[in-house]
Design a protein around this ligand. Structure first.
Ligand code: BES
Ligand code: MN
Ligand code: MN
Length: 456
């Protein structure tokens, strides 16, 4: 590879890795109020580093929640402007006793770096920053104009960035966004993600008696909110994985025959997916759809937790006064979050058993997205990836959600290139999250070469 920026990246890789470890030591868990200052600290580290490598105007942008990180370098007249996106917030670490090493003490084992946020998404954010450093330090300039926008609330719905993007600020004028928050389809296989599911995340609260009651004295006469909740949850989805909310599937745009054919030629082994990634007795879901279709192109509904009542050791005979369930639905192209929520809410209210009050609340939502692939940036990306990984790029979708990607298109008219370097077995959101170190190194090189190719 002739790029001097790539040479710089290789020469400085050990330092890049040490710096990433420092970033990973900051427990920037966006959903936990006690980590508010840690989120700000992670954002500040990013601002300081962007300043250090030559983005004089790097700054925090305050939001209703955790701050955004913004920086710009616009000294390449006549060249395209690229908007770099990633998130510095991370998921909680529980269950903590399943981690082999502490989540915020990064540890190297067998070519991987283990820590919460390693792959999702600090490792990828740092790969972007280090690609910028490599280009700046080796050539004194960037091949394209660059705006950087990192958020600290992706894992909790991204309200702050959504408001900012919807206001269409001049800071976000760009030709293309580089989103580094996805994964390779398989180790060593360069991948662009061209579709994400959207989501609605909700709570169902069920209230029965005015206070907790003795279950012997009142059992049989007083309504039990947990039983009511279980009965309702059981009516949301049938045994075939089909969601029972009337009208829920209306308007869904199925993948094209060409896209389905391309998915069939991906190196995917269902049995090894079941055994190694999922680790369950069998896979479930809608019959008539492949696993990739089920997870990429079909909506689904999951229950995340049912807090409340008596959960201590031993036994307590109580009829709790209230019960709660956290329920989310993943949405696919053609579905509109507000519409889906309305249908769901009306259905849940309708199936509520007698004797309880039910409240359905929306916590956050995000649109599904499909990315156009017939543009010069996607071509630049596949050239860059071929050079770094020595293989043709595969185009995939992901079942996960990155709410802001749809907003970049809708509010700013900016198409995204989702080039990410996680792996399917990186354990994101789970114990023992890791980032494959080779992917960190080649990720930096891929981003460097993508920027260089985008200038042509
Ligand atoms: N990076 C993930 C999304 C993702 C995962 C994309 C795997 C591609 C492959 C992101 O950080 C994430 O977890 N998003 C949340 C969004 C939600 C809280 C709105 C998700 O998908 O649950
Ligand atoms: Mn992420
Ligand atoms: Mn995530």
């Amino acid at each position: 590879m002739s790029s001097s920026a790539v040479a710089y990246a290789r020469a400085n890789y050990p330092r890049f890795l040490d710096e990433l470890k420092d970033l990973l030591r900051i427990p920037s868990i966006s959903t936990l109020p006690e980590h508010k200052d840690d989120c700000r600290r992670a954002a500040t580290v990013l601002v300081d580093e962007l300043k250090r490598i030559g983005f004089d105007q790097a700054r925090l942008i305050e939001t209703v929640g955790h701050p955004l990180v913004y920086a710009e370098w616009l000294k390449a007249p006549g060249k395209p402007t690229m908007l770099l996106y990633g998130h510095y917030d991370v998921q909680p670490t529980d269950p903590d006793d399943e981690w082999l090493t502490r989540p915020f003490e990064p540890a190297e084992r067998d070519g991987n770096l283990y820590a919460r946020g390693a792959a999702d998404d600090k490792g990828q954010v740092w790969a972007q920053v280090k690609a910028l450093e490599s280009l700046m330090a080796s050539g004194g300039a960037l091949p394209v104009n660059v705006r950087v926008l990192f958020e600290g609330e992706e894992e909790v719905g991204g309200e702050g960035i959504a408001n900012f993007v919807a206001s269409k600020p001049p800071e976000l004028k760009a030709n293309v966004a580089l989103v580094s928050d996805t994964e390779l389809f398989a180790p060593g296989l360069p991948t662009l993600c061209v579709g994400l599911r959207g989501m609605i995340y909700t709570e169902i609260e069920v209230r029965g008696a005015k206070t907790d009651l003795h279950s012997g004295m009142y059992g049989g006469a007083a309504p039990n909110p947990f039983v009511a909740l279980a009965q309702m949850l059981a009516k949301l989805k049938d045994e075939d994985g089909h969601i029972l909310i009337p009208g829920f599937y209306d308007g869904i745009l199925p993948p094209s025959p060409e896209e389905l054919a391309a998915w069939r030629s991906l190196p995917f082994d269902e049995e090894s997916y079941r055994l190694k990634e999922v680790g369950s007795r069998q896979l479930v879901g809608e019959s008539g759809y492949s696993v990739l279709e089920r997870t990429w192109a079909r909506p689904t509904l999951d229950v995340h937790g049912i807090p409340g009542g008596f959960t201590g050791a031993g036994a307590k005979t109580v009829i709790p006064a209230r019960a709660l369930a956290k329920v989310s639905m993943r949405l696919v192209p053609g579905m509109i979050p507000a519409k889906s929520f309305e249908l769901y809410k009306a259905y849940v209210e309708k199936i509520a058993p007698a004797g309880v009050d039910v409240e359905v609340r929306l916590i956050h939502s995000g649109d599904p997205c499909l990315i156009p692939v017939n543009n010069k940036y996607v071509q630049a990306a596949t050239r860059a990836l071929h050079e770094v990984w020595g293989k043709d790029t595969v185009f995939i979708r992901s079942g996960g959600s990155i709410p802001i990607v749809g907003d970049f298109d809708r509010y700013l008219g900016v198409p995204s290139v989702m080039m990410g370097f996680g792996l399917p077995d990186d354990n994101i959101h789970a114990p023992n999250e890791k980032f494959h170190l080779k992917n960190f190194a080649l990720g930096i090189e891929s981003i460097v070469r993508f920027m260089e190719e985008s200038a042509l």
